[in-house]
Design a binder for this molecule. Structure first.
Ligand SMILES: NC(=O)C1=CN([C@@H]2O[C@H](COP(=O)(O)OP(=O)(O)OC[C@H]3O[C@@H](n4cnc5c(N)ncnc54)[C@H](OP(=O)(O)O)[C@@H]3O)[C@@H](O)[C@H]2O)C=CC1
Ligand SMILES: N[C@@H](CC=O)C(=O)O
Length: 376
């Protein structure tokens, strides 16, 4: 039996769903000769680790209780009485993560799975890469900070997977990497890469107000923890930047012009997330509806589009024919068209659910399984 030890960073919507997928795939993985050993889980403040982390794991009943505790909004510290585990609070937790990585990284192997939405994980991720660990990311921030950080995380390209950073569980990164490694030049990528904005736009077309559909997108698990990351275009910009960097562009987030659906006066330094969802969005309802109706009167719809071509990498709102590939999108679906030498007239098209905890966590799990050959 091959064992893959892992540490989960972030146990929100995606992280908890990943733990559930791991538990429900136990018999499937057993048949494949695989066991995923969850050594530790951390959130923004604490880390809970199997007391004997060299040999033991946090078992499925413990992890199920952990999910219940986090869903209820409590601290991981609450789990301290539950048995053979230790809880460390920030900043001691960082030291403990490195200690585990230095013991397991080069012996049994270890995967750090980043399902947080934070830039704070970058420091640890860069260090554990040097200690021999693999990394699997749903979090886009580590790949969208500086070029230096990006290159550091790719020091050992076979030890990093990040499929869910673009298109949730859709095989976007894997397909792009296959194209690149076959020497087929990528000329152009065009896509609609926000599940939230796709859902929001198609619901607005049905006459529903922005305030209502953004709240619905949040409760369906489509949005970022702060939905302004989606509505402001930042989340799409991050995805575009990841794709552009994979294609070899040495650019940063501030090289992209980003169009926002909300004004600066509703930014995170002015309003809390709850304030924005409550009062801020109501103030935007009318203008956004007018914009959607104007597009509709021209036979068009609004889509938040990403275009990468040559040294160009742009994201923004476009008015597109209802009957175009992007215009036909409904709900949280993403679509990505990749034009290459082999796919020149007819692009390679990847389409499907582009957001949601279930599909995102499934993408993360598939990434972990994909690196099994690196484990003894
Ligand atoms: N939902 C989706 O459809 C998709 C999401 N993603 C990405 O998945 C990630 C997770 O999203 P989601 O689950 O919705 O987010 P949530 O806000 O639900 O959860 C984030 C979790 O990360 C934890 N966290 C915050 N800072 C740190 C840190 N420094 N170290 C470890 N953990 C930390 C939070 O801790 P605490 O509980 O203490 O706040 C929380 O448990 C995001 O990066 C998102 O962009 C990617 C593709 C699709
Ligand atoms: N908030 C994102 C989730 C996936 O990255 C989206 O809406 O697409």
């Amino acid at each position: 039996m091959k064992t893959i030890p892992l540490i989960l960073m972030g146990c929100g919507g995606v992280g908890r769903q990943l733990l559930q997928h791991i538990a429900s795939c136990r018999s499937l993985h057993f048949k494949q000769g695989l066991h995923l050993r969850v050594v530790g889980v951390c959130d923004s403040r604490s880390l809970v680790v199997a007391a004997d982390f060299l040999n033991k794991e946090l078992d499925d009943s413990f992890l199920s209780e952990l999910c219940r505790v986090k869903l209820g909004g409590s601290s991981l510290a609450k789990l301290a009485d539950l048995g053979e585990c230790q809880v460390f609070v920030h900043p001691e937790s960082q030291g403990k993560l490195l200690e585990i990585a230095s013991h397991l990284g080069k012996s049994t192997g270890l995967v750090f799975v980043d399902c947080s939405a934070s830039s704070d994980t970058i420091v640890v991720l860069k260090q554990v890469v040097d200690l021999g660990s693999c990394i699997v990311l749903a979090n886009k921030k580590p790949l969208t900070s500086t070029m230096e950080d990006f290159e550091k995380l790719f020091t050992h390209p076979r030890r990093i997977r990040h499929e869910s950073t673009v298109g949730a569980g859709l095989p976007v990164i894997a397909s792009l990497n296959r194209i690149i490694s076959s020497g087929d030049p990528v000329h152009r990528i065009v896509g609609s890469l926000s599940g939230t904005l796709g859902f929001v736009m198609s619901e607005l077309e049905d006459g529903k107000p922005l305030s209502q559909v953004v709240r619905a997108a949040k409760s369906l698990g489509y949005t970022e923890p702060d939905p302004r990351d989606d509505l402001g275009g930042m989340d799409v910009a991050r995805k575009a930047l990841i794709l552009a960097r994979i294609l070899g562009q040495q650019i940063n987030l501030n090289d992209l012009k980003i169009e926002s659906l909300y004004p600066e006066e509703m930014g995170s330094s002015v309003m809390t997330v709850d304030d924005f969802l409550g009062r801020g969005l109501l103030l935007l309802d009318k203008d956004v509806q007018k914009r959607v109706e104007k597009a509709s009167s021209n036979g068009n719809v609004l889509r938040y589009v990403c275009v990468i071509e040559g040294s160009r990498c742009e994201v923004g709102i476009q008015e597109l024919p209802k009957n175009s590939a992007l215009g036909r999108l409904r709900g949280s679906d993403n679509v990505l068209e990749i034009y290459t030498r082999c796919y020149s007239e007819q692009p390679l098209v990847i389409q499907g659910a582009g957001a949601g905890n279930d599909t995102t966590a499934a993408g993360v799990l598939a990434d972990i399984i994909d690196i099994q050959d690196l484990f003894p």
